[in-house]
Design a protein around this ligand. Structure first.
Ligand SMILES: [Zn+2]
Length: 56
């Protein structure tokens, strides 16, 4: 009991692979833009809770 079921995954920059942000398995993200620290590419973060996979 008290065990966390929310698994966290990393969203990585599609250009350089730098880890940008963490999200849990129940996350739903749309129209979020984060600038990559490494290559300064502006990454659009899209996460669908249903398939739990990062849209590439
Ligand atoms: Zn990058």
């Amino acid at each position: 009991m008290g065990e966390k079921t929310n698994k966290r995954s990393w969203f990585s920059c599609p250009k350089c692979g730098q880890k940008i942000c963490q999200f849990s398995s129940g996350a739903k993200v749309h129209e979020l833009y984060i600038k990559c620290k490494k290559c300064h590419n502006e990454v659009e973060v899209k996460i669908e809770a249903a398939n739990r996979d990062v849209i590439k």
